[in-house]
Design a protein around this ligand. Structure first.
Ligand SMILES: Cc1ncc(COP(=O)(O)O)c(C=O)c1O
Length: 417
């Protein structure tokens, strides 16, 4: 597990580290990775897609096709913002899904959603700049901003998503200090880590406030296609394409190792992100892009998404049902309308970070909530439970183990140990 200052440094190389390395340190991620993969542990920790959603024969077929039929494309250096055909494909994909036509210059392909965030921070964030995020938010996004020495400021959430009234207060307070945030990052659909969906009404309010204050919105729709029902509020991007960067990764709907995401954004941002991409990977895998397009042409992407939705809906239902039966009375948790996560609130005074090793000792893993908050915010009462990767028949037992640990910790002192 990676931390920059761990282990011996016999040659003194650490003295060479750039200042930004300090912003890359994150024990939380180390903990998360450390929890994954132990056989005797029922893990609600990792947010991985279920391999049962991968249609391997078909993937092999489109990979073979791409390599054999068009090696000059699928195996070759290609333009930095993506194959022209991928960019056109994404435009029609967005028109179909989000009902908005966009230009060729407004879209690009990146190596996953994280690279899109990295490029965006690279071109927007100088050391000390403020970036706003929901509190809690996706750890990866926070890590990207802090790796560029940006300052993450949290916007509290309730069950309807980030509080737009409090965002207004935060913007006012920053403006009084002469600070203009570089952007606000949001995951409106089945958020990681909370499972919360931003309501339609609040989306309109958020877009209106952002437009009024010239605040750039960055919308990550990593889980949007994985809703359990059919009705969905519109994307922020569709409400105001000129003011929103939309990041649409195919990691959860195609497969993570493809490392394909698409971005729709104002063309001036696409232009500088493309410049930044020239010095990272030059272009997202053309083999992956070719596979994705061929896969969708056959109707298999829609088929895989439908299949994934069935699998995750079953898993979500089993999870919420078991939580209601097994967890101690008085706890609260979110009821996600899709995605991979539910978010549990422990009784006052019970610390999910402190409890994690005891839970591990009993054979159950989760991710403590604290790291999903910015520094200075007390998130110790929260924890994230992921149901995307746990076997359905392990859910009850996993939650029973968790319940035992929570009950012990909540017992009046003296009885708990
Ligand atoms: C909200 C969110 N955005 C982005 C990602 C990462 O996307 P990718 O694998 O495409 O880099 C994740 C993965 O966990 C995520 O939860």
């Amino acid at each position: 597990v990676l931390t920059a200052t761990e282990g011996p440094d016999t040659q003194g190389w650490r003295e060479l580290f750039a200042g930004r390395v300090a912003g890359m340190e994150n024990d939380a991620l180390a903990t998360l990775l450390g929890l994954a993969g132990r056989e005797d542990v029922i893990s609600f920790a990792g947010g991985l897609p279920d391999p049962a959603t991968f249609m391997t024969d078909r993937l092999a077929e489109v990979a073979r096709q791409a390599i054999v039929d068009e090696p000059g494309v699928a195996l070759q250096y290609e333009p930095t913002p993506g194959l022209p055909r991928t960019r056109d494909w994404f435009r029609s994909y967005l028109a179909r899904r989000e009902g908005v036509a966009t230009t060729f210059e407004s879209v690009m392909v990146t190596s996953g959603g994280v690279e899109a965030l990295d490029l965006l921070n690279k071109v927007l964030v100088d050391p000390g700049d403020v970036v706003l995020m929901e509190a809690p938010s996706y750890l990866g996004a926070e890590m990207v901003t802090t790796s560029y020495q940006g300052e993450v400021v949290g916007v509290p959430m309730d069950d309807d998503g980030p509080r737009v009234d409090l965002l207004r207060d935060t913007l006012d307070a920053l403006a009084r200090r002469g600070r203009r945030p570089k952007f606000i990052y949001t995951i409106p659909d089945y958020q990681n880590p909370s499972g919360i969906t931003l309501t339609g009404e609040r989306r309109a309010a958020l877009v209106a406030l952002a437009a009024e204050r010239a605040l750039l919105l960055v919308e990550d729709i990593a889980y949007r296609r994985l809703g359990t029902g059919d009705a969905q509020p519109p994307t922020l991007w569709s409400l105001n394409p000129a003011g929103v960067v939309l990041i649409d990764t195919f990691a959860k709907t195609f497969f993570p190792a493809a490392r394909v995401a698409c971005v729709a954004a104002p063309p001036e941002l696409i232009r500088v992100m493309t410049l930044a991409k020239q010095t990272t990977d030059q272009f997202a895998s053309t083999l992956s892009q070719s596979m994705l397009l061929a896969y969708d042409r056959q109707g298999w992407l829609d088929e895989q998404v439908a299949r994934a939705r069935t699998i995750y809906t079953r898993r979500r239902d089993a999870m919420l049902d078991a939580m209601g039966r097994v967890l101690p009375a008085g706890l609260q948790w979110t009821r996600p309308g899709g995605g991979f996560f539910t978010w549990l609130t422990l009784p006052e005074g019970v610390d999910a970070t402190a409890l994690a090793p005891q839970a591990m000792a009993r054979g159950v893993a989760y991710v403590p909530g604290q790291p999903f908050f910015t520094r200075g915010v007390d998130g110790r009462r929260y924890l994230r439970l992921s149901y995307s990767y746990v076997a359905v028949d392990g859910i009850d037992e996993g939650l029973r183990r968790l319940a035992a640990v929570i009950e012990q910790a909540s017992a009046p002192s003296g009885e708990g140990i």
